[in-house]
Design a protein around this ligand. Structure first.
Ligand SMILES: Nc1ncnc2c1ncn2[C@@H]1O[C@H](COP(=O)(O)OP(=O)(O)OP(=O)(O)O)[C@@H](O)[C@H]1O
Ligand SMILES: [Mg+2]
Length: 252
């Protein structure tokens, strides 16, 4: 699904991502973990085209995506959520998801202006699809509620629904459990597994280790921009260098 080769990103003298290589197999949940500032969000920004790499190659479904714009990469079947919740004020949960569907809408601007029957049918399709996604993420009862007034966990679920609206094959989630309580975190974990079981590959950045260990098929560990380990959750938990980094963090 995704192949990353010798990826490097410098900000001035800082090597935010340093010679990182790994691949993500189709149908899995792969997680990227590491201390604050390890380069996880930067790695996501490189993959989604939000930042240009200094060096290295990224292939998405066998196609090099170097130099492509974020919307072009998204159109190839990649979608993401952000570390901080980004929902629009004044929009219902349904409208937030419908906005996500519009990126795949076929109706043109003029057809929209003229309110042609084709546009009406397209709007109906988007409405249906958005309602299905809300149902999938167990939000049907909140479709007409203003998204930003929902509980934090439900706002995360709205974000997941919106990210799925573009029908991605690969979904990148940047700290989907940040700020959630243990019950909400368990719900998000269940939803992420549900998404994986639909056949969507997931690349996850998350600090909540119990969530990561529970749902990941494979884990990559970054520290100061470098990949220091890549393995199954069981082996990562026993990896001496990983333990040292995390215990060292606790002591600090
Ligand atoms: N646009 C930027 N310009 C300069 N430095 C940046 C920029 N973005 C990130 N950095 C730096 O790159 C390093 C990696 O940051 P990044 O946000 O990728 O870390 P992270 O692993 O996502 O951390 P966190 O767990 O806190 O979200 C940090 O030292 C950060 O300060
Ligand atoms: Mg980050």
């Amino acid at each position: 699904m995704l192949d990353i080769q010798s990826l490097h990103k410098r900000f001035g003298g800082l090597h935010a991502v340093n010679e990182v290589s790994f691949s993500v197999e189709s149908g899995l949940i792969k997680s990227v973990i590491g201390p604050n500032g390890a380069g996880k969000t930067t790695l996501f920004n490189l993959i989604t085209g939000n930042l240009p790499p200094s060096e290295g190659e990224i292939c998405f479904q066998g196609t090099p995506i170097h130099g492509r714009k974020p919307h072009q990469i998204a159109a190839m079947g990649m979608s993401r959520t952000f570390q901080n919740i980004k929902l629009f004020h004044g929009m219902t949960a349904l409208e937030c998801v419908m906005v996500g569907c519009h990126s795949r809408s076929k109706a043109g601007f003029m057809a929209g202006m003229l309110k042609l029957p084709s546009t009406w049918r397209e709007e109906q399709r988007i409405y249906q699809r958005s309602m299905e996604l809300l149902e999938l993420l167990e939000l049907s009862d909140y479709a007409q509620v203003e998204a930003t007034s929902l509980a934090f966990g439900q706002q995360r679920a709205v974000e997941l629904a919106r990210a799925l609206a573009s029908e991605p094959k690969l979904l990148l989630l940047d700290e989907p459990a940040a700020g959630l309580n243990i019950y909400e975190t368990a719900e998000v974990a269940r939803l992420i597994c549900k998404i994986r079981d639909m056949g969507i590959t997931v690349l996850l950045v998350e600090h909540d280790m119990s969530l990561v260990m529970e749902i990941s098929d494979e884990i990559v560990v970054l520290c100061f921009g470098e990949k220091i380990a890549e393995d199954t959750p069981k082996n990562i938990q026993q990896n001496k260098e990983v333990i040292r980094i995390y215990l060292g963090e606790d002591e600090g």
